[in-house]
Design a protein. Structure first.
Length: 311
């Protein structure tokens, strides 16, 4: 949308791609993840709660998560891939890499961890295999130090959102890197329509509690987003007053043409669009709404909206 480009220029944002000299060290090794995709599974273990997710033990001892296509949420694996691709375009370094992967159903049956065979028999009918007998799913890099947090609790969420208000005093409860992650989380979740982040257990950190991991996006990109969920996301967005300039610059560049390039089909399913036209429309609409919010804030506070806490 031209309005986004105009607003970006008003904010003094760069619309030309340039690598950030002070970009944080990536939390995931994409090269190593791509190597993992070439390895065969040695065992499967169900680790999901409300949906089917498996931990795959690979032949070299490495692990990945595998979210298969399933009957009650047939495109959840594609939502995982789309969310990762968009996050990578925004240069968010705290999203585990995702790619599509095919696993023969007979292999999943044969290599199921014996301790979970009964559970697998009960859940097997929820899988949605292809006519070939393969199960297509999202392969997601394993996060070894994934740690529960209290950041999604309403009283804690109010405190970190308050710390991201313009003029907020220095806050010792939340480190500057954590506050940057949380600011980006609010923007990112709104872009992808991920209403499920605060529903319990989906806002997790590293072991030190200094970085947030952005994962579990199978419920993103609902079309349309249920109104009650949209209102919750809007409330967090409209409360947020300080933003990561680099992420906002990259969001400004992510127009419809750029998004189409980001969402090119995966080689494991080259005939399968990652998002539907309606879902892409939703992303573009939510992106425009973010920039309208930024415009209102910038009119009052100017460059202060890009002054994140430093430490």
């Amino acid at each position: 949308m031209r309005i986004v480009s105009l607003l970006a220029v008003c904010f003094g944002l760069s619309l030309l791609f340039e690598a950030s000299a002070d970009a944080p060290r990536a939390l995931f090794d994409l090269r190593r993840f791509n190597e993992k995709l070439e390895l065969s599974a040695r065992s499967f273990r169900p680790v999901g709660t409300t949906s089917l997710v498996y931990r795959l033990q690979l032949e070299d001892g490495e692990r990945i998560a595998f979210r298969p296509a399933q009957r009650y949420r047939p495109v959840g694996h594609l939502a995982e891939l789309a969310a990762y691709r968009i996050g990578a375009a925004l240069t968010l370094d705290n999203i585990p890499p995702v790619a599509l992967r095919r696993e023969p159903l007979h292999r999943l049956d044969r290599l199921m961890d014996s301790r979970f065979e009964e559970r697998h028999r009960k859940e097997r009918s929820r899988l949605r295999p292809l006519p070939s007998g393969d199960v297509l799913g999202a392969a997601i890099d394993w996060v070894p130090d994934l740690t529960p947090s209290r950041l999604d609790r309403p009283e804690v969420r109010e405190r970190w959102l308050a710390a991201l208000r313009i003029g907020a005093p220095p806050n010792s409860e939340f480190s500057p890197p954590l506050l940057r992650d949380l600011s980006n989380l609010v923007v990112y979740d709104f872009v992808i329509g991920n209403w499920d982040r605060m529903s319990g257990g989906n806002l997790q950190t590293n072991a030190e509690g200094t970085r947030v991991y952005l994962r579990d996006h199978n419920l993103a990109f609902d079309t349309p987003t249920p109104r009650r969920h949209e209102l919750l996301m809007l409330d967090r967005l409209y409360t947020l007053e300080r933003f990561d300039r680099g992420v906002i610059e990259r969001l400004a560049r992510l127009n419809r043409e750029a998004l189409a390039r980001v969402l090119e089909p995966d080689s494991a399913a080259p005939e399968t669009p990652i998002l539907s036209a309606e879902q892409i429309d939703g992303v573009m609409d939510r992106r425009a709404r973010i920039f309208m919010h930024l415009a209102l804030l910038y009119a009052v506070h100017g460059e202060a909206i890009f002054a994140l806490p430093e430490g």
